[in-house]
Design a protein around this ligand. Structure first.
Ligand code: MRU
Length: 348
């Protein structure tokens, strides 16, 4: 099993996703500041993985706090939560996980004045978030696997696999693994996903490692392969899903959804409930991260654009709900109207 992020006695251990697939290297993060930095620099990335990492980051920070009273620990803890919540803006799992840690702190504080006991409970909560993510994606994979026909060719964008979650199954790739584990033959077409190349570097790597047939294409080939009849279904992950089903995911996802519509190919989003943000009416309200221009002007360290060129680098886009055939969650498969179906999952 691929272990994206892991709590150890020494700190938080992460697989460094910046250097995959050329190097498979784990790094140990020994403070909450190092965890925050790792999220910012995309050592770890993918909505659920960011949430799990942030939870482990605040647990680690709390454990290292020298505060001797509950009030001192709470002061440090609040500050750490603030720092971690400023790392990346789009994936709601980050804020969801930090909120869970805040609630765990409040519960612990109401029950004990023992600072060490509160710290232990925070570690336990972070590990619970980790375990639940793996279980949720297994369930999601089983639901989603039922929507995939035997022999299907599935196009995916970015990496919504084990590497984007706590590990194991993943979300969009969890659906593919769910179909495979149900005995179906399934092959994947992976978009390379410029500019960060999560498809080429990560999806291709993890599927090949798992012996799931994968063909890599550049993003601008998606329309052509669909027109040739080479794609039966599209499955992507999500960073934040608004109440009406509008979905923020990796830049380029919207383009793929429009192409799928044009070619009558079902377009599915796969995400755990922790990716839903029902406080937002629509995708218009989802904050979109703008990243460094260098990601566009360079491929790794190689410059491909003139000096000083104006660059736009939004990391995500929003796919309108009407282009989404279904949203596959760990509670079941939601269909239109999403406003009702998603709410039922959250409340039920
Ligand atoms: O910028 P990234 O690599 O964090 O973006 C990741 C994605 O857009 C994924 O598709 C999404 O987080 C779903 S991961 C299960």
């Amino acid at each position: 099993m691929i272990k994206t992020v892991e709590w150890t006695g020494e700190g938080v251990r992460m697989l460094d996703q910046r250097i995959l697939p050329t190097e498979e290297k784990y790094i140990m993060l020994r403070s909450y500041e190092e965890v925050a930095d790792a999220i910012k620099k995309m050592v770890v990335r993918g909505a659920p993985a960011i949430g799990v990492s942030a939870a482990m980051g605040v647990a680690l920070g709390a454990k290292q706090s020298v505060g001797t009273s509950v009030a001192d620990l709470e002061y440090d803890f609040d500050y750490m939560c603030e720092v971690l919540s400023k790392t990346r803006p789009t994936a709601v799992n980050l804020f969801w996980a930090i909120e869970r840690m805040r609630n765990a702190f409040s519960r612990a504080k109401a029950e004990t004045e023992d600072v060490e006991e509160i710290k232990e409970r925070l570690v336990t909560e972070a590990q619970k978030i980790y375990d639940e993510d793996i279980e949720a994606n297994r369930r999601l994979g089983r639901f989603g696997g039922e929507l995939i026909q035997d022999g299907a060719s599935v196009l995916t964008h970015c990496n919504a696999g084990a590497l984007a979650t706590a590990g194991d199954y993943g979300t969009a790739l969890g659906v593919i693994r769910g179909a495979r584990d149900a005995g179906k033959r399934v092959a994947v077409i992976a978009d390379e996903t410029r500019p960060f190349l999560q498809g080429a570097r990560l999806t291709a790597w993890e599927l090949a490692k798992d012996e799931i047939p994968v063909t890599l294409i550049t993003d601008n080939m998606a329309g052509h392969v669909m027109k040739q009849g080479k794609v039966d279904v599209v499955v992507v992950g999500a960073d934040r899903i608004a109440a009406n089903g509008d979905t923020a995911n990796k830049i380029g996802t919207y383009m793929v959804a429009v192409l799928a519509k044009q070619h009558n190919i079902p377009f599915y989003v796969a995400a755990p409930i922790s990716t839903l943000d029902l406080s937002l009416e629509s995708g218009e309200e989802i904050p979109i991260e703008e990243r460094d221009a260098r990601e566009v002007t360079h491929v790794r360290d190689h410059k491909i654009a003139p000096d000083g060129i104006e660059v736009c680098n939004p990391a995500f886009d929003v796919t309108p709900n009407e282009l989404i055939a279904a949203i596959i969650t760990d509670k079941g498969v939601a269909r239109q109207p999403y406003k009702e179906s998603l709410r039922k999952f959250v409340e039920g």
